[in-house]
Design a protein around this ligand. Sequence first.
Ligand SMILES: C[S@@+](CC[C@H](N)C(=O)[O-])C[C@H]1O[C@@H](n2cnc3c(N)ncnc32)[C@H](O)[C@@H]1O
Length: 246
Amino acid sequence: MKRWMFFVYGIACYLAFLAVYAWFCAFTGNLFVAKSIDAPVTSSVGAAVAVNLALLLGFGVQHSLMARPAFKRVWTRIVPQPIERSTYVLASCLAVVLLIWQWRPIDAVVWNVENTTARGVLWTLFAIGWLMVPVVSLMINHFDLFGVRQVWCYLRGRECQPLAFRTPWLYSHVRHPLYVAWALTFWATPTMTAGHLLFAIGLTAYMVAAALVEERDLLAHFGQQYAAYQQTVPRYIPKFGKRTSL
Ligand SMILES: C[S@@+](CC[C@H](N)C(=O)[O-])C[C@H]1O[C@@H](n2cnc3c(N)ncnc32)[C@H](O)[C@@H]1O
């Protein structure tokens, strides 16, 4: 019974992620939703900056703190191990929903690209970013990242083995392809408002910090293998034409 409950919980968290991902895309691209990143202004610039920074900080703290091995060691005394990752996914969804719900737009235009071709290129990069996120996650292990593999192993009564270090596809050209994809979704827009710029700068700064902390953990976990990867594969800017296999 407990195995099935955990499995259903894990699947529900995964479905919540899919829904929030689609909503976050619509919010960021001003597509189909009434409340988007560039919706009409509802508060003073000062209040909007303060609230938005608090929302970005809240997301950053939740997303990074809950992913640290030391936090997980303590957390799994409360939340059972098989559903730890699903709970992380659920908490991340709630942090994003709070950000979307409480976001205060600042509509001053920072840049507005009028050339039709250039606008098309920027929209294409935006779409590539949103498609790249799930595709890149499939390159390492999509279902492990979103907690489904863990509840599946538990349902089958098997121990879930930790994933090996891998450098498939884009990972052989750049160490953080997922963060590169997210950066495209935040920055590729033909019309950049001040609120959207704050959002893009805040989340990019978060990813730069998160990559440093993540690399420290990966180095501690995989040792020489990861050190060699750091020596040969660039962090963000891909080196195409030269495929590194470790
Ligand atoms: C949200 S993903 C981000 C991965 C990476 N920073 C990126 O931008 O593509 C974070 C998880 O990926 C795992 N990870 C990162 N690089 C990996 C690799 N080369 N092989 C296996 N797992 C990796 C980390 O251990 C962490 O659990």
